[in-house]
Write a protein that binds this ligand. Structure first.
Ligand code: SAH
Length: 345
C-alpha cells in the first residue's frame, strides 16, 4: 500500500466517499506524496514521455509559432511568455533557442512559468536559469500581453465523473470495500440527457475563464496541446500510467500518473475568447514544417542515430501514434487576428 493510499483510506473512513476530482487532485498534487510533487516522471526511466522529450523539433516549432503570433499581436515591446506545467523546461529551452532567429521577440519576452511541483521547478531552473518567474496558479500572471503555452497540462487537472443510468444521474466516487479503495456511485443533483459517463473539469474551466479574461484585457494568444477529443461526448477517459503501461486508477495512488482526456470543446468555450478552428497535432506540426526540418537536421547524423531521430519526428505526427490523438487549440483575444496555421473562424 502506498503512503498516499493510507491517507486516502483514513480520509474516506472519516468523511465518506470522495469524488474523482478530489482523488485525482490528491494523487497528483498532495503536498508530500502527490505524483508530481515528489518526482520527475519523464523519459524512458520514468513513467511516460511527452512530445518535447521525444524531439527538440517540437519546442522549436512552437518557438516559430510564438514569434509569428507575437507579430500578429503587433509585436509588443514587452510581453509575458507563459508556460503552464513546463515539466523539465525542455519545451521552453527549445522554444527560446529557435527564437534566437528573432532577437526583437527575445528582447520583448519575459518568461513566466506556472508550476506546482518543487522537484520540477528545480529541473526548470537548472535548464532555464534564474531569469524566469514562477507562479503557483494562473491567477497572478502579470498585466502584460501574453503568449500562453500548455502542453499536456490540462489532462492533469481534476475531473468529476457523472454516470446516467436508467434516467438517474450519479457521481462516480472513490469509497471503500473490505478496507480497500473501490469505485462506486453516489447520488447527484446534476442531470444529463443521455445514458453514459460524462466528465466535467471545473478546474480547467476556471483556468480557461481566468486566461480568457487576461488575454481579452491585455491582448494575447493561448496554445493548448493535449490528448483528447474535439467535441464534448460521453465516455470514461480516466486513466493511470506507470512505467509506460496503463494500470488501474486505484492501483498505486501517488505513484502513477492519473489523467483524463481533454474535452477541447468545453475548454475552448470556457475562455470566452476567439476560438480558432482546432487542428490535430499531426496537422499542426506538418503545417509548421516538421517534416522539412526533420530531414534537414537528420543530415547531420548517421546510421542508427539518424533513424532514431527520424522515428522520433514520425512519432509526433503519425496518425496511429501522437498525430491524431493529440489536438491543438488556439485562442486569441476577442478582436484578435488569427495566427498561422489556424484559419480565420
Ligand atoms: N509540459 C511538460 C510536462 C507535462 S506533465 C511536457 O510536455 O513535458 C504536467 C505538468 O504540469 C508538470 O510539470 C506538473 O507538475 C504540472 N502541473 C500539473 N498540475 C498542475 C497544477 N494544478 N498547477 C500547476 N502545475 C501543474
Amino acid at each position: 500500500m502506498t503512503a498516499l493510499e493510507k491517507i486516502i483510506i483514513e480520509m474516506i473512513e472519516a468523511e465518506g466517499p470522495i469524488g474523482i476530482d478530489r482523488y485525482m487532485a490528491l494523487c497528483l498534487g498532495h503536498p508530500v506524496h502527490g505524483y508530481y510533487m515528489s518526482r520527475d516522471p519523464f523519459g524512458p526511466a520514468g513513467d511516460f514521455t511527452t512530445a518535447p522529450e521525444i524531439s527538440q523539433i517540437f519546442g522549436e516549432l512552437i518557438g516559430v509559432w510564438c514569434v509569428n503570433a507575437w507579430v500578429s499581436m503587433g509585436s509588443p515591446l514587452k510581453f509575458a511568455l507563459v508556460e503552464l506545467g513546463p515539466g523539465r523546461g525542455t519545451l521552453m529551452a527549445d522554444l527560446l533557442r529557435a527564437a534566437k532567429a528573432a532577437p526583437e521577440f527575445l528582447a520583448a519576452a519575459q518568461v513566466h512559468l506556472v508550476e506546482m511541483s518543487p522537484v520540477l521547478r528545480a529541473a526548470q531552473k537548472a535548464k532555464l536559469g534564474d531569469g524566469v518567474i514562477w507562479y503557483d496558479t494562473v491567477a497572478t500572471l502579470p498585466a502584460l500581453p501574453c503568449l500562453i503555452i500548455a502542453n499536456e497540462f490540462f489532462d492533469a487537472l481534476p475531473i468529476k465523473q457523472f454516470e446516467m443510468r436508467d434516467g438517474k444521474t450519479y457521481e462516480r466516487a472513490v469509497g471503500l470495500q473490505n478496507g480497500k479503495l473501490k469505485l462506486g456511485l453516489a447520488p447527484s443533483d446534476t442531470t444529463f440527457e443521455t445514458e453514459g459517463v460524462f466528465e466535467v473539469s471545473s478546474v480547467s474551466v476556471a483556468i480557461g475563464e481566468d486566461l480568457g479574461r487576461h488575454i481579452n484585457t491585455h491582448g494575447g494568444a493561448v496554445l493548448v496541446i493535449d490528448y483528447g477529443h474535439f467535441y464534448s461526448a460521453a465516455g470514461d477517459t480516466l486513466q493511470a500510467v506507470k512505467g509506460h503501461s496503463f494500470c488501474d486508477v486505484l492501483d498505486s495512488p501517488g505513484e502513477a500518473d492519473v489523467t483524463a482526456h481533454v474535452d477541447f470543446e468545453a475548454l475552448g468555450n470556457s475562455f470566452d475568447a476567439k476560438v480558432l478552428p482546432m487542428l490535430t497535432q499531426g496537422q499542426f506540426l506538418k503545417a509548421m514544417g516538421l517534416e522539412m526540418r526533420s530531414v534537414k537536421l537528420s543530415t547531420k547524423l548517421e546510421g542508427p542515430a539518424r533513424d532514431e531521430f527520424l522515428a522520433a519526428s514520425a512519432r509526433l505526427i503519425d496518425a496511429d501514434q501522437m498525430g491524431d490523438l493529440f489536438k491543438v487549440l488556439c485562442l486569441v483575444q476577442k478582436n484578435g487576428n488569427a495566427t498561422y496555421p489556424f484559419g480565420a473562424p
